[in-house]
Design a protein around this ligand. Structure first.
Ligand code: PMP
Length: 320
């Protein structure tokens, strides 16, 4: 089974690192949507699956289960179809309609929870559902992206090493945080090679990961309503919180100024960089990198839709 999975290995990683014009810094972005099924999560899925197969925890007859309404579920569903094992994503009503349709067409079964948990979100309800499934389905295996060390190692050995191989020196990395797998893996690898690199965690306003006041969020990818275990392994120098309006602005700027049509969290990081460097001057331009974790197509009804943007702006008027 491992040999079969490894045949798809060439569709994961070694993503393009492209320079973007900027007046005061050397700016680069890593286009993670060049991975299988168009997102950074192909790396996580591939690494978690291959490690579990090596340990003998996944075999023919396994039913794989994961709580994800997004990119990880799509990557896992794709690998599981290919390996001919069953995959059941546990999703919630916040899922984007295109993703739900896609998951329903490529998963063995989709379980959708509808009850909110005590935080007002769905994460805890989804995790409870996972426990029920683990008890009721024989040979069920939960990849558990929020705590699985392989989510860390996927990015330590993946993006982390690819950046170390590319740069002679790197000064700043801006990384969006959801489960924390990306930032924890990359930050540890970068700090080994470039002790002076500053790792800036990018989170959305209203996410509690770095103690912001909880608020309803509408753009998936980064942010969380509980603090994920893996974030504790990250080596972070600074945290920036970006509003969803600014995420939308960042996405549109990336498209209009650089021809990059990317998902929400890419715009969040791009906006964070513009804001961070706007009044900083350097004798020598620093090397700055950020990720484009997924592309813009799944966001055409939200981030790239004029009506939805109008609706989003109204939401914030009501909140403040
Ligand atoms: N951006 C997008 C679009 C994502 O789907 C994710 C994963 N939730 C992230 C950023 C954050 O990655 P991580 O879960 O590794 O923190």
């Amino acid at each position: 089974m491992l040999e079969k999975l490894q045949k798809l290995g060439h569709l994961v990683g070694n993503t393009p690192l492209v320079p973007l014009e900027h007046p005061s810094i050397h700016l680069y972005t890593k286009l993670e949507y060049h991975n299988l099924m168009n997102s950074v999560k192909a790396r996580t899925a591939y690494y978690m699956l291959s490690s579990a197969i090596k340990r003998g925890e996944i075999h023919e007859g396994t039913t794989l289960i994961e709580s994800s309404s997004g990119n990880l579920a799509i990557a896992l569903a794709t690998f599981c179809q290919y390996l001919k094992i069953k995959f059941i994503p546990v999703i919630d009503p916040n899922i984007n309609g295109v993703y739900e349709d896609l998951l329903r067409s490529i998963s063995y079964q989709v379980v959708k929870v509808t009850d909110r948990d005590e935080t007002g979100g769905f994460l805890l309800t989804r995790l409870k559902k996972i426990q029920d499934l683990l008890h009721s389905i024989p040979n069920a295996y939960w990849t558990n992206q929020y705590q699985n060390p392989d989510n860390f190692y996927a990015h330590y050995h993946g993006i982390g090493t690819e950046l170390v191989q590319h740069f002679e020196t790197l000064d700043y990395a801006f990384i969006g945080v959801g489960t924390g797998g990306t930032i924890s893996g990359i930050s540890n690898r970068l700090k080994e090679a470039f002790p002076n690199v500053k790792v800036i965690a990018v989170d959305s306003e209203g996410s509690v990961i770095f103690n912001d006041k909880p608020k309803k969020r509408h753009i998936p990818g980064i942010g969380a309503s509980t603090v994920p275990e893996l974030v504790k392994r990250a080596v972070i120098d600074e945290v920036v919180h970006i509003s969803e309006q600014h995420t939308v602005e960042g996405c549109h700027q990336l498209f209009e100024n650089h021809g990059i049509f990317a998902g929400g969290s890419s715009g969040t990081s791009y906006y964070a960089i513009q804001q961070y460097f706007q009044d900083k001057a350097f004798a020598e331009k620093p090397n700055v990198v950020f990720l484009c974790p997924d592309n813009g197509v799944p966001y055409v009804q939200t981030v790239y839709n004029a009506e939805w943007i109008k609706w989003l702006l109204n939401q914030s008027v009501c909140i403040s």
